[in-house]
Design a protein around this ligand. Structure first.
Ligand SMILES: [Zn+2]
Ligand SMILES: [Zn+2]
Length: 86
């Protein structure tokens, strides 16, 4: 079965990454220190196995949604350009 999963130490990495960012969104700067579950750690390359600090970005829920919409947009642009671009 092919399944993208978070690594076993993800909760620790996620916590450390958000703590290092002072529980603030790196996109809009929202302080989520009192609402920590609204602060997410996003994998830039969409690979939850890749916990390289360069691949991780701390985003609030809203900015995280936006980031994924952008990724979707880019993806559909690629599909349009390759498969149905003519
Ligand atoms: Zn934000
Ligand atoms: Zn994400």
């Amino acid at each position: 079965m092919l399944r993208k999963t978070y690594t076993e130490d993800w909760l620790v990495i996620s916590y450390r990454t958000r703590a290092a960012a002072s529980w603030r969104c790196s996109e809009c700067g929202a302080d989520k220190s009192l609402a920590r579950n609204e602060l997410h750690v996003h994998h830039r390359n969409q690979n939850p196995q890749d916990n390289n600090p360069n691949n991780l970005i701390v985003l609030c829920k809203g900015c995280h949604d936006t980031a994924h919409e952008r990724l979707h947009q880019r993806y559909s642009d690629v599909i349009k350009a390759s498969a149905w671009g003519k």
